[in-house]
Design a binder for this molecule. Structure first.
Ligand code: GUN
Length: 278
């Protein structure tokens, strides 16, 4: 069994990004990401802080906007509109989940698709579905990069994605299909899940349930990617029961230190891509 070291791969990619950022700055283009947070969800606050720190470390400028949970939606709309028009801003991100009173879909849809570095918009998901260029959602894109850096051949493999969220499961399946895998998406209504996952050469767990995937669900020699970030007895754990599954997998990502660091790295990648295309 080998462990896919997401932290190390992420650092390698960030070093390459740093050089590209320097080169752009020499051409007087300074990549810039605007991060909008509403309310004070503790997990979101940590994610936002990590995103801003990662920008600083890579030489990408960041603009941080923090609104109280009782802010008028109109005020956030005004900010997004002005960032959309600002040529010095290359990426705009609204940290989700938003407090319940907000129309999350409408606010996300307000971001200009040319600055949608999260890759959440209907346009960018549509581009992915059509096999066209666009911003790819950061977490599944990070998974593809992990597989590529680990020399995992994707073409022709049985890839099974557990989870069908718009941010991970669906774009993940599209990206694996783009790489010529035979893809199955499983979800809460899937019958005989174990029978399907046991056939997976590449198994992606994106369910959001601690230790959901157990050894009996995994084929000997499978590559197992754990997208989950869950709290269990005060510890951060994934969707995969690492201790038992790692004995059967040929390659596996740990939690923390697997997919997690790649999400922010691909956000930096997309911000740079946006700046380069201007
Ligand atoms: N909340 C959790 N992950 C993400 C992410 O990748 N982007 C945004 N905008 N919000 C998130």
């Amino acid at each position: 069994m080998g462990i896919i070291d997401g932290k190390a791969i992420s650092l390698r990619i960030r070093e390459e990004l740093k050089e590209k950022v320097s080169a752009l700055k020499k051409r007087k283009i300074s990549p810039c990401l605007a991060v909008i947070m509403i309310g004070d969800d503790p997990a979101s606050a940590i994610y936002v802080r990590n995103k801003i720190k990662a920008c600083e470390d890579t030489g990408i400028k960041s603009l941080s906007y923090h609104f109280d949970a009782d802010v008028e939606e109109k005020q956030v709309e005004k900010l997004i509109d002005s960032l959309n028009c600002d040529d010095s801003v290359h990426g705009i991100l609204v940290q989700v989940p938003l407090p319940r009173k907000f129309n999350e879909k409408a606010l996300l849809a307000r971001i200009d698709v040319s600055k949608d570095v999260d890759g959440f918009s209907a346009y960018n998901i549509g581009q992915l579905a059509l096999g066209n260029d666009g911003f790819k959602s950061c977490t599944p894109y990070g998974v593809i990069k992990l597989l590529e850096y680990s020399n995992v051949d994707i073409a022709g493999k049985n890839a099974v994605v557990i989870g069908r969220s718009n941010t991970v499961g669906k774009p993940m399946a599209l990206m694996l299909l783009e790489k010529n895998a035979t893809v199955t998406i499983c979800h809460s209504k899937t019958r005989d899940l174990k029978n399907i996952t046991s056939n997976a050469d590449i198994l992606i767990a994106a369910i959001g349930k601690a230790h959901f995937v157990t050894a009996d669900m995994v084929k000997e020699g499978a590559v197992v990617i754990d997208v989950g970030i869950n709290k269990l007895d005060g510890k951060t754990v994934g969707d995969v029961c690492f201790d038992e599954v790692s004995k059967k997998a040929s390659l596996i990502t740990p939690v923390p230190g697997g997919v997690g660091p790649m999400t922010i790295t691909m956000l930096l990648f997309n911000t740079l891509k946006s700046a380069e295309s201007r």
